[in-house]
Design a protein around this ligand. Structure first.
Ligand SMILES: Cc1cc2nc3c(=O)[nH]c(=O)nc-3n(C[C@H](O)[C@H](O)[C@H](O)COP(=O)(O)OP(=O)(O)OC[C@H]3O[C@@H](n4cnc5c(N)ncnc54)[C@H](O)[C@@H]3O)c2cc1C
Length: 318
């Protein structure tokens, strides 16, 4: 089987979740073809090859913006049809939700979103999907000839044994309706490590008492090369910027490690973190609900624990 992968990039870098989607495809495909939009260095394209893609279709047209959902969907649908793909995968994201829905209509494919395992192809094509913000799983059988999957982060490790891919420029054939909406400018949150993409997140809650105490959180995040997050009340009170608010009504994160400091673990907060691989909870209340969702827990006062933890991590790193 030949599988198409839609890659997302940010500021000239392929997103980690898209490299995971590439490796997911490589696990099941005879040939993995990736499709990417915008200016990217060869070193970035080679990462996609290393993750398992044999070939990359690169759309470099400067009028073509990755965030133009209509145009991206049209371009992907053209490749789907021209190269006779039957399966496409992409990392689950808000862009992927919109693109997968539009492409599925254009090419008459079925879609399974938030997939958490490799497909079982022994008897048809069945996948497991994370549903109800991670509180349940659904076994889903796709019976149509063409299929599209969006893959939850951390579903497969990124392969590193592939070779440099063949890169081919692709010029989509757009209609005027595809470019009827234009993104004129974007304002993005600052910071070196983007919260939704971070491998490690250190998040603080109301237990930290006030914005003047966030230095402890930033020090720990710095020691771990982590992004910082917070609970909703913390951003509502302007202790931290709104783009750091994690949860059902904020950013959904899927890091390898989520460190929650002084956060109670309300269901709305957990909805944004429960696809993390490991969760470490630091809370002075042993009955805090977050401990039920934790892989590791420290019962203690954050003001005592955080400086010691940061010091120990810095010492361990030399
Ligand atoms: C519709 C709706 C949507 C919502 N969406 C979100 C969302 O997306 N994200 C979100 O976070 N919340 C959301 N909420 C709010 C959510 O219900 C909780 O109120 C919120 O998550 C609690 O934030 P917190 O844990 O920081 O504060 P608290 O509930 O006040 O918990 C503070 C914790 O800190 C601990 N603590 C106190 N002092 C210390 C100390 N010195 N050291 C260590 N621990 C200490 C306490 O034991 C406690 O567990 C939503 C609510 C509603 C109704």
């Amino acid at each position: 089987m030949k599988v198409l992968v839609f890659l997302e990039s940010d500021e000239g870098r392929i997103k980690k979740s898209s490299l995971e989607a590439t490796s997911y495809a490589a696990e099941i495909a005879r040939e993995t073809v990736a499709m990417v939009f915008g200016e990217l260095d060869l070193s970035e394209l080679n990462k996609v090859g290393s993750a398992g893609a044999k070939k990359i279709l690169h759309v470099t047209d400067s009028n073509f913006d990755q965030s133009n959902i209509m145009a991206v969907s049209t371009a992907i649908a053209q490749v789907f049809e021209i190269e006779n793909f039957e399966l496409m995968v992409m990392a689950k994201s808000s862009l992927a939700d919109s693109v997968s829905a539009r492409v599925s209509i254009k090419v008459d494919a079925s879609v399974a979103s938030n997939v958490t395992n490799l497909p079982d192809m022994a008897n048809g094509f069945t996948v497991i999907r994370s549903i109800y913000t991670g509180k349940a799983f659904a076994r889903t059988k796709l019976t149509s000839k063409k299929k599209i999957l969006t893959i939850r982060k951390n579903t497969v490790p990124i392969l590193e044994n592939g070779s440099d891919p063949e890169v081919e420029l692709f010029q989509p054939n757009l209609k005027s309706s595809d470019t009827a909406v234009k993104v004129l400018s974007q304002e993005k949150s600052s910071g070196d490590i983007l919260l939704p993409e971070a491998d490690i997140v250190v998040s603080g809650g109301r237990g930290l008492k006030g914005p003047e105490n966030w230095g402890m959180v930033e020090d720990l995040a710095g020691a771990l090369s982590a992004a910082t997050g917070c609970s909703k009340p913390v951003s509502d009170m302007d202790w931290r910027p709104h783009h750091e608010h994690v949860g059902q009504t904020g950013v959904k994160v899927s890091p390898v490690l989520y460190v929650a400091v002084g956060i109670s673990g309300a269901i709305q907060h957990l909805a944004g973190v429960n696809s993390s691989k490991f969760i470490l909870v630091i809370n002075k209340d042993p009955e805090a609900p977050f401990f039920k969702a934790a892989d590791y827990g420290i019962v203690g006062d954050a003001f005592d624990v955080l400086p010691k933890l940061t010091k120990a991590i810095n010492a361990a790193q030399g």
